[in-house]
Ligand binder design. Sequence first.
Ligand code: ZN
Ligand code: MN
Length: 144
Amino acid sequence: MMTFEDALKHLKEENIRITPQRIAIIEFLATTNEHPTAEDIYHAIENDFPGMSVATIYNNLRLFTEIGMIKEMNYGDASSHFDFHTEPHYHAICSQCGKIVDFHYPGLEDVEMAASNLTGFKVNSHRLEVYGICPECQGKVSEK
Ligand code: ZN
Ligand code: MN
């Protein structure tokens, strides 16, 4: 996973100005295992930046996405989540609380191969999510 220092270096290489807001956003992304939305980051740092808007955060996240520093995850729900882990991995998504958990598994190259054979596509990537109920939400159900 990319560290805070790597991220700053990346911004410098892209000639992107390192502002206190950008530092705060990157600090948050580098220390969380969650996959935050712009709103999540906003609520985490808003006290330090009076007058800042969610749109400012979102624009910075888009900028970081454009240079490949983070990944935007669009799962069709209201707001995009952002992932600081850019190495290949898959996601398990809780359909009760919406939590997104990383898991690593060998690349599903055979699926890409099958898709290619069946469709004639030249396949260059794939994405996999599994959906279910996370351990915490399972606990809540059984307490009833
Ligand atoms: Zn859950
Ligand atoms: Mn992830």
